[in-house]
Design a protein around this ligand. Structure first.
Ligand SMILES: Nc1ncnc2c1ncn2[C@@H]1O[C@H](COP(=O)(O)OP(=O)(O)OP(=O)(O)O)[C@@H](O)[C@H]1O
Ligand SMILES: [Mg+2]
Length: 284
């Protein structure tokens, strides 16, 4: 089982859209996928319709330190594998305050997500995080084996990645070091995300590819896959569908989402390379 967290200290970068679409594609490839909505604003929880809504969610996992069946909801999409979700159920953000007062707050998601039972049950766990610094974001980042950080190639976003996101990651990487029982921060895959076809965006994207690996002494790698900005991502989310179902054929200069999302999945998980969703759900 592998745990990914999608992180960025900049709001609106595309974390939730990316988490939802990655999760659905991985599940469509036949994998058993668990999504975790670790944002106090429950956007991921509402991204897809639910077939079954569990009575519990994120709060129970964090406060009890365990994942039990009554905290796992089921997504209503006809994927080939499994697509479950732990919904965010802390609209007032109480979990942040609760976490703030815990001594081992960093391990509050790591523990339950690395339990033996969960490892038998799922192949991939994908955590959506909130775009604001806080103990919930820290706990989510430290729970992951690999962090994926979308960067929109605009001046402000690129700067935010280098300052805000890097500050957070640096801070957490030091946390892990001195105490052996603490999880250590995983490698970071920066993803150029929502790139428009303007000269500015192209040049900033090139700069990120050239220099993005420099911070944190090799801990960051910039992915080759670039996710373009197209209306398909917004339309698919409005229709509560995975974007690889919604945008399946490349017509113009921009590759379709089916192609891009497969490329991304294969880059993140090379053992899946060449495997395609193929049989697209009936909703498509
Ligand atoms: N590839 C894309 N192309 C164009 N628009 C996109 C793309 N991906 C996401 N969007 C749009 O960008 C907006 C922000 O996306 P999203 O909510 O996923 O960001 P976020 O990082 O989760 O935000 P927050 O920090 O508030 O949680 C949404 O309107 C979404 O539909
Ligand atoms: Mg979000």
């Amino acid at each position: 089982m592998i745990v990914f967290a999608v992180v960025s200290t900049k709001g609106g970068a595309g974390k939730t859209t990316l988490t939802a679409n990655l999760g659905a594609l991985l599940a469509d490839l036949g994998l058993r996928v668990l999504l975790i909505d670790a944002d106090v604003q429950p956007s991921l929880s509402k991204f897809y319709p639910l077939k079954h809504r569990a009575p519990r969610g994120l709060t129970h996992i964090i406060t009890s330190g365990m994942i039990t069946a009554d905290a796992i909801s089921v997504v209503d999409l006809s994927v080939n594998g499994v697509l479950d979700i732990v919904v965010s159920d802390t609209p007032e953000g109480q979990i942040q305050t609760w976490l703030m007062n815990q001594t081992f707050r960093e391990t509050r998601l790591y523990g339950p997500l690395h339990s033996a039972e969960l490892k038998d049950q799922y192949d991939v766990v994908l955590i959506d995080t909130q775009g604001a610094v806080g103990p919930l974001q820290d706990a989510a980042a430290l729970a992951a084996d690999i962090l994926i950080s979308p960067i929109v190639p605009e001046m402000l976003s690129a700067r935010e990645f280098l300052s805000g996101t890097m500050d957070m990651l640096n801070r957490l990487s030091y946390r892990g070091a001195p105490m052996p029982h603490m999880p250590t921060l995983g490698p970071v895959k920066a993803l150029i995300y929502r790139q428009t076809r303007t000269a500015d965006a192209t040049s900033i994207a090139q700069q990120i590819k050239r220099e993005g690996h420099i911070p944190m002494a090799g801990r960051v790698a910039v992915l080759d896959t670039v996710v373009p900005s197209t209306v398909a991502y917004t339309r698919a989310s409005r229709e509560q569908l995975p974007v690889h179902w919604h945008d399946r054929v490349t017509t113009g200069a921009t590759p379709c989402a089916y192609e891009i999302m497969h490329k991304l999945v294969w880059e993140l998980m090379p053992n899946l390379e060449g495997i395609e969703a193929g049989n697209i759900g009936e909703e498509a």
